[in-house]
Design a protein around this ligand. Structure first.
Ligand code: GAF
Length: 383
């Protein structure tokens, strides 16, 4: 966790609202493997990280609630009983969404004051939105003693994303941000919404994230379109989700599908298997196999599922041509954001320099590089 942002929300809150707040930290996440499998009831292998969102919150006796986004220097006042999605509401919709979805469950909320700040780079595919939703859900649960379970909170966060942000996301981001464990990745079963934590030993290899610093338009509608294709194929096969489908099952309806839709469904089935293969490799600290699975995952995301972009493909190709990088792939929903790379310790510095230079030459823009720690999920914190 970054103590700096916790201190920042605390002191800004006290200065502005003159009362003592509760403090909550909700992390972002990385995903080792298992992309676009979550809304297919499949598996994924994500981990919470040491970057996230810090919230300071306290009850208010005013007639409105006030929320301050410190990094944007914006303050939003609203009537807690008149909550609805805002057009182009940005961060406000994540906050309002959690409130609105709680109220839909019959939960009564009173006015509050809140400020938040974060250090997850926006649009990087590291789930800043899930971290914000979870931080609000967790903070309200504590503040008003709502007695919600963590699982109830992540389902509220997910609904906020669906109904207020318009993205029909799966559960991976909210789950990981809530349930993350220190130094561990979570083998997440998105059907049962349960996980098993694994401490992966990457031996003398490090995880390196490279942010393209781009977020192409269409990413939200393209995401919802992909989900719709998966649901259509499941319906045709009369199963609940693609989790229940084998490659053989899918081949039986190949003629009824466009090649593009067939490839998308095939990708999901194969990616689900890759997660389980990755887990086996992780249990044996078999870095080479883990790396190969990352490259295979990227190929599927780029060529079959079609959620990559020029910048992400460039970074993965560059990683592939660098000695000592055993695996790389795009991470998260796609169309921009980060790649995740498995890089041998002794070449990390060289790789960082050479990839930055090559990216700049190709796109005339800078990429950003992060090393992250695997961390605990959403929690109360103190300064
Ligand atoms: C986004 C979504 F929010 C997740 O639910 C997941 O589908 C991911 O894209 C792709 O794996 O982060």
């Amino acid at each position: 966790m970054s103590k700096k942002i916790v201190k920042k929300v605390y002191s800004k809150f006290k200065n502005y609202f003159k009362s003592e707040p509760l403090l909550v930290f909700a992390p972002g996440r990385i995903n080792l493997i298992g992309e676009h499998t979550d809304y297919n009831d499949g598996y994924a292998f994500p981990a919470a990280i040491n970057k996230g969102i810090a919230v300071a919150i306290a009850k208010s006796h005013a007639s409105v609630s006030k929320v301050g986004a410190l990094d944007k220097d914006e303050l939003y006042e609203f009537d807690i009983n008149e909550v609805k999605p805002l057009e182009n509401g940005g961060w406000r919709n994540y906050v309002l969404g959690v409130i609105g979805e709680m109220q839909n469950l019959g939960i009564i909320l009173n006015n509050f004051n809140m400020v938040f700040s974060g250090n997850i780079p926006g649009g990087a595919g590291m789930s800043s939105s899930a971290a914000l939703e979870n931080s609000v859900a967790f903070a309200l649960n504590e503040l008003f003693d709502l007695k919600l379970s963590k699982k109830q909170m992540i389902l509220i966060s997910q609904k906020a994303e669906h109904n207020y942000a318009g993205v029909n996301c799966g559960i991976m981001d909210q789950y990981t941000s809530m349930f993350g464990e220190k130094k561990s990745a979570l083998l997440l079963d998105c059907r049962s919404i349960t996980s098993e934590a694994f401490k992966v030993d990457f031996k003398n290899y490090k995880l390196v994230l490279i942010n393209t610093n781009v977020k192409h338009d269409l990413s939200e509608s393209a995401y919802n379109d992909r989900r719709a294709v998966c649901e259509k194929v499941s319906e045709m096969l009369k199963v609940t989700a693609l989790r229940d489908v084998s490659e053989d099952d899918l081949s039986k309806i190949k003629d009824e599908l466009s090649e593009a839709d067939y490839q998308k469904a095939l990708y999901v089935i194969q990616e689900n298997h890759r997660v389980l293969e990755f887990i086996e490799a992780a249990k044996n600290s078999d870095v080479k196999t883990m790396g190969q699975l990352l490259y295979a995952s990227h190929k599927g995301l780029s060529k079959q599922y079609k959620v990559s972009c020029e910048e992400l493909d460039f970074l993965v190709d560059f990683a592939r041509s660098t000695k000592g990088v055993v695996g790389a792939r795009m991470m998260g929903g796609g169309f921009g954001g980060c790649t995740i790379n498995l890089v041998r310790e002794d070449v990390v510095d060289h790789f960082k320099k050479s990839v930055s230079k090559a990216f700049k030459k190709e796109f005339k823009n800078n990429c950003s590089i992060y090393m992250v720690k695997l961390s605990q999920g959403t929690r109360l914190v103190s300064i």
